[in-house]
Design a protein around this ligand. Structure first.
Ligand SMILES: NC(=O)C1=CN([C@@H]2O[C@H](COP(=O)(O)OP(=O)(O)OC[C@H]3O[C@@H](n4cnc5c(N)ncnc54)[C@H](O)[C@@H]3O)[C@@H](O)[C@H]2O)C=CC1
Ligand SMILES: NCC(=O)COP(=O)(O)O
Length: 338
């Protein structure tokens, strides 16, 4: 999906959880992109984690990335407080993880980075360290001074999905699902598909919530009471959308070509089909913010995390897809603002 030229500005890649697969993936991504002469990035991470495994170039400013990339992995250093043991996350290193995200956003907001690509964090480890946000998505919105503007989209070669409710329990998602939030999320998605993905008139498929999209009220009334009014309002605002669709069939090979993004009512309704179809190529994108942010669709994978000097068994495809997509989105957005 895409095809735009790479962004000229380097991307900022964050540390993620240092005990996860992020450091090994950063190395692998640098090796491949350097060979391919593809997109460039600087890693905001701890050089001590990787410098025995790969040539690194410590930089002070993102502008040094282009020159450094040929010679080594450009690193803008942040330092972990305590020894990192792959597979054994430690809340004492949360400060470095958080600082890396902060710096990445600062550089993107200042126009020194084309976008932010985040390595995975372990939400419960950050929470133990007192981090008050459920995930990157909400933290990034706060850093951009636009809390509530953020939405999550997962993108893969076969599907795009947007959950209306995100990092909450299923019970809480049902309680908080509202017509207004469906409208807001769908409008943001539609706008972003134009500005960041180059679409002229994006088509949205709106999922139902209940089996058979409620079976005319026999199996739940949220479709009638909450989702249909949202669709009517979106149509009045000129947004192409259809639904509520039965969630069990709307992701089939026949249905997928009829829309550009599926607006889903809760996290797993959106992410299960996407990861089942395309986990290796899936990319998590934050829309609705002044900065571009992408991330691989997988998590920290502590079970396969290893020291940087070991062979990398983790698949780097999703991170590479995230880097490429961020560059393409940045190019689209620049073209739009020209
Ligand atoms: N964007 C982010 O920061 C995300 C963070 N997470 C966090 O990750 C942590 C672990 O979550 P899990 O549900 O276990 O999901 P996970 O994606 O980390 O792992 C699930 C399974 O997939 C495998 N896997 C994941 N990425 C892989 C890769 N690149 N190559 C090969 N195998 C891979 C793992 O080894 C594991 O067996 C949680 O604390 C969660 O909060 C989860 C999703 C996204
Ligand atoms: N399941 C997606 C996910 O957890 C990613 O969240 P975020 O850290 O990107 O907000």
């Amino acid at each position: 999906m895409g095809g735009a030229l790479p962004s000229t500005l380097p991307l900022a890649l964050t540390l993620g959880d240092p005990a996860g697969i992020g450091p090994q993936l950063a190395i692998e991504a640098w090796r491949r992109l350097r060979l391919a002469r593809g997109e460039t990035f600087f890693w905001i991470g701890d050089p001590r984690l990787i410098e025995k495994a790969v040539p690194v170039v410590r930089i002070e400013h993102p502008e040094e990335t282009a020159k450094a990339f040929e010679h080594g992995l450009p690193i803008l250093p942040v330092f972990c407080e305590t020894t990192v043991i792959p597979g054994r996350p430690d809340p004492r290193n949360a400060a470095a993880t958080i600082e890396s995200i902060r710096l990445a956003v600062r550089h993107a907001l200042a126009g020194r980075a084309g976008g932010v690509v985040t390595n995975p964090i372990a939400k419960h480890i950050l929470a133990t360290a007192g981090f008050p946000y459920p995930g990157h998505t909400e933290f990034l919105a706060a850093l951009c001074d636009q809390p509530g503007a953020e939405i999550m989209m997962l993108v893969s070669p076969q599907l795009r999905v947007v959950p209306v409710t995100v990092h909450v329990s299923l019970r809480n998602a049902l309680d908080t699902l509202k017509t207004d939030s469906i409208v807001k999320v769908a409008e943001t998605a539609s706008r972003a598909l134009k500005s960041d993905f180059g679409m002229i008139e994006p088509r949205l498929a709106i999922a139902g919530l209940n089996p058979h999209a409620g079976e005319q009220g026999l199996m739940g009334d949220e479709e009638q009471a909450i989702i249909k009014p949202a669709i009517e309002r979106l149509r009045e605002r000129g947004i192409l959308c259809h639904g509520p669709l039965p969630p069990d069939t709307m992701f089939s090979a026949h249905a997928r070509p009829t829309y550009d993004a599926a607006i889903c009512m809760y996290h797993d309704q959106a992410l299960i089909p996407l990861k089942t179809l395309d986990m290796a190529e899936g990319v998590n994108v934050t829309l609705g913010l002044p900065i571009i942010r992408t991330s691989p669709d997988h998590g920290t994978a502590f079970d396969i995390a290893a020291p940087a000097t070991d062979a990398c068994v983790a698949d780097v495809s999703s991170l590479l897809a995230a880097i490429r997509l961020a560059a393409q989105m940045s190019t689209h957005r620049k073209g739009k603002n020209r």
